[in-house]
Structure formats: C-alpha cells, structure tokens
Design a protein around this ligand. Structure first.
Ligand code: C2O
Ligand code: CU
Length: 483
C-alpha cells in the first residue's frame, strides 16, 4: 500500500495512521521539503495572460449519432457528429465564443475542464450555468486564461460516459514548439451500443450489493466497470487511429483521459516518453517507459521517433482489454490488437514523480485556510461521500477571495479517486514547493495529499471525484467564496 501511487517525492503518504509523518505529508510537506515558505501580501492574478484582442467563434452541437467502431455501428451521443467531438483550439488571451445547441432528447450542459474561466461560464447546471433543454441553446463567452491541454464534456448525470467529449487546446504564444508533429490522443472506456447503457451500469452497481462487477477477493482499486471496448480517438484496437511521421522526428502527444471509470497506463512501443506538462502546466521534463493517467487528467509528452510501426497502447488498470493507436514512420506490420508492449511491464511514471517547472510554481505562502476533503464510501451500498456526505447533503468548503487555500485530500477508501477542482488549479503542496500544478489528481487507495491554490476566481465551484459513477453516487462537493 505504501508504494501505491504518488509518493516517491513524499508528496503523498501511502497510508493512514502513521502519525506525524502522515500529518506532515497531508500538508504536502515531505522529507525533502524546503524551508518555511515566505508569505506574500497579495494574491497573484489567476494567470499571466493578457487579452490578445482576438475573438474566436465556434459552433457546438450535441446530438444523437451513429459511429463505426471498427466495423460495429453503434448509436451514441456526441458533439459535432464525431467521437471525440471537434477540437476547440485558440491561444491564451483570446476571447472565445461558443454557440452551443443541444439536440439531445434530454437536457445537457458543457463544462470546460481545466479552464479557469468566470463562474457563470463553468457549465454546471444548478450551480453556475443554466441547463440547456432539448432544442435549447447557450452562448458561452470567455477569455482564455493559461495555455494547456484541456477538454470539455457535459456536467449532467452520466452523459460523459456516452460519446460526449472533445479536446480544448489553448496554445501558448511563447511556446517554442520544439517538435515536428502534434497529436491529440483521447482515451476512453466505451459501452454505448456494445454493452449496457451508463444508466444501466449505475443501476447494476447499486444492485450489486457489495459484489464488484469485476469480481475478486480484494475488489478493484481503479474502477469497477469491465467495459467491452477501450478507445483511442474514438477508434478500437482493430481499427486504430494513426499518425504518419518520419524517423527522427519529434512528436508532442497531448494525452487526455475522457474515461468514466478507468485508469489507463500509456506506452509507445520501443520508445521512451518525456513528460513535459501535466493538466496543461509545465513540469521539469522526466522520461519514463509508461505514464499512468487518471480520469480527467492530461499529460503532454514528447517522443523522438524510431523507424518502423509502433503501437501507442493504453492499458486499462485492473481490467481486460487494450486501447491503442499507431505511429508509422516506416514499413512493417502492426502487431496484433492484443499485443502488450514490454514498456507496460515496468512501473509507470506517476504524478509524484513530477516537479513543477518554475513558471508553474505558485508563490510560496502559508495557507490562510486549511480544509479537509475526506473521500470515503464503498461498493456495499454503492454510496460515495466527501466529508461524510453524499452531494445532496454536502456541506460546501468555503474560501475568501485572495486567500491562500490548502485542501488536505484524504482517501479513506480502497479505491483510487481522481479529485478535480473547477475554476482553479492547485499545486501539490506546499505552495512554492516542487509539486506539479494540476486540476485533477489521482489519489490512490488510502493515500493523502495536500494541494495549495490561490483563491482568485470567485464563485461556487465543484470539487469532485472524476469517476463518473462515483460522482453520480454522491462523491461531489463545492468550494464556495464567502465575503
Ligand atoms: Cu471534468 Cu466537474 O469535471
Ligand atoms: Cu471516486
């Protein structure tokens, strides 16, 4: 248990109940932490970004659609008629206007995951933004803050586990672009048309009464649902999406997990991955054979290509099956769809292996506010809670504008949970320390981590587990600004 997850730099302690060590780790202060942070007087602005003066307009429609999954045509819901939906792309500082039309038979919404934009544009029905009825529209309008690899999806029920997701790439005007190709790689666990509906899956989880759908004595730790298919860029392993390049070229992969209930380990056969960004923020580059990606997380990696045909494989943790795409720089046959490259057999890089690049470090500052966020629950009643309550009975966290906030995330359950904060990013603590800057952190079973953030974006913001089934079963709360 101690070795699970993120703990290599003492950002996380892998077990509860080890007294002072755990308490320190909960504050994000590990053995190699620096001396006391220097308080600063005022909150920094939420981003470095200056308005560019440019306005980009997009149309976005959600609607029922049929898609071909390697020869099997299935009905699903998607944005713009494709899975993933069309990428929205602009430059930090741009004003973006998205005319959204909901052509689904049910109410829907659009949440811009990773964008620290004004609260009214955040897309959470009942909290920030009106729900869009069938046939209805909503005009989104916001200025893009920090650059990075982000994405969007509905914030309504289990709609994310249909085909409703797409990348949102915010370019950095100062990015040197030291690569020849860029490839957005979206991972997903898929059931529409080939398995039970997401709504049926949740009903089955609730009926299972303590028996995991995955079986096993210990139960699963990284998601409960055995999906019939795992996809990269909307394509199954027998019909993979492909990138054509030349040997020696460098590729920037922007990996996004749109999975609902699956943690993936990603590797490119015969290559190392050099991780450069996590959730859009730069990290000190670190090279690994594979990277573990939780639901909602993003990792940007650079690869220097060899000569041949290389599967880019995403293995669902604790589940059968593989997702894959392929990079071709030369001749040769692609391996069988079930081929598991040896890179998947070594310990993958995890978030605790990452350190913030200087520009993504928050100012060192003692927290004005320290709050616990305790994740618990289990398969028995299929109820998942934050601080002891399901979302319908939640007691929101509170913060004042300008404060330095610290959240002590504690996983008191035997499953991993990707914890996501809307409207902000946080640094795996302490602020000013070496932890990466993120908006979603995968917390292993029984682990804890402190995250620091600056309260610079007033509103009522969701904080929740990004496992769609856990969230729907109660594992959500809010962070609310108070005067
Ligand atoms: Cu990716 Cu509350 O969202
Ligand atoms: Cu969870």
């Amino acid at each position: 248990m101690h070795e699970m997850g993120l703990s290599r730099r003492s950002l996380l302690s892998g077990a509860l109940g080890v007294g002072a060590t755990a308490a320190l780790a909960a504050c994000g202060v590990g053995a190699d932490a620096q001396s006391a942070p220097v308080p600063v007087a005022a909150a920094p602005p939420p981003s470095q970004t200056r308005p560019s003066g440019a306005t980009r307009t997009f149309r976005l429609t959600s609607a029922p659609v049929e898609v071909d999954l390697g020869g099997t045509v299935v009905s699903t819901w998607a944005y713009g008629g494709t899975v993933p939906g069309p990428t929205i792309r602009a430059t930090a500082g741009d004003r973006v206007q998205v005319a959204f039309a909901n052509e689904l038979p049910v109410p829907s919404s659009v949440h811009w995951h990773g964008l620290a934009i004004p609260n009214a544009m955040d897309g959470v029905p009942g909290v920030t933004t009106p729900e869009v009825p069938p046939g209805g529209t909503f005009a989104f309008d916001f200025v893009l803050p920090d650059p990075g690899t982000h994405w969007f999806h509905p914030h309504t029920g289990l709609q994310l586990d249909h085909g409703l997701y797409a990348p949102f790439i915010v370019d950095d005007p100062d990015e040197p672009g030291d690569y020849d190709h860029e490839w957005v790689v979206v991972l997903d666990d898929w059931t529409d048309g080939v398995g039970p509906s997401p709504e049926q899956i949740l009903a089955d989880l609730r009926d299972a009464g303590g028996h995991s759908m995955m079986g096993g004595m210990m139960g699963p730790t990284d998601g409960e649902v055995a999906y019939p298919l795992y996809l990269v860029n909307g394509r199954p392993g027998n019909d993979p999406d492909a990138l054509a390049a030349r040997p020696g070229q460098r590729v920037r992969l922007r990996i996004i997990s749109a999975a609902a209930d699956t943690v993936f380990t990603v590797a490119l056969a015969d290559h190392d991955l050099t991780v450069t960004h996590s959730d859009g923020y730069p990290v000190e580059p670190v090279t690994a054979g594979a990277v573990r990606v939780g639901m909602g997380e993003r990792y940007d990696v650079i690869v220097a290509l060899g000569d041949g045909v290389f599967p880019l494989v995403a293995e669902p943790s604790g589940k059968a099956g593989l997702a894959r795409a392929v990079i071709r720089t030369g001749g040769g046959a692609l391996t069988e769809a079930h081929h598991r490259p040896p890179e998947l057999g070594v310990a993958p890089l995890q978030v605790g292996d990452l350190t913030a690049a200087g520009s993504s470090t928050l100012p060192a500052r003692d927290p004005d506010s320290v709050q616990d966020l305790v994740l618990s629950g289990g398969m028995g009643a299929y109820s998942w809670t934050i601080n002891g309550h399901t979302y319908d009975r939640t007691v929101p966290l509170e913060i004042r504008r300008g404060q330095a906030g610290r959240l002590r995330l504690v996983n008191h359950s035997t499953m991993s949970h990707p914890v996501h904060l809307h409207g902000h990013s946080f640094q795996l603590g302490p602020a000013g320390g070496s932890g990466p800057r993120k908006d979603t952190v995968l917390l292993p079973p029984m682990a804890r981590v402190g995250v620091d953030f600056t309260a610079s974006n007033p509103g009522r913001w969701m904080v929740h587990c990004h496992n769609a089934y856990h969230a729907e079963a109660g594992m959500m709360t809010r962070l609310e600004y108070v005067d």
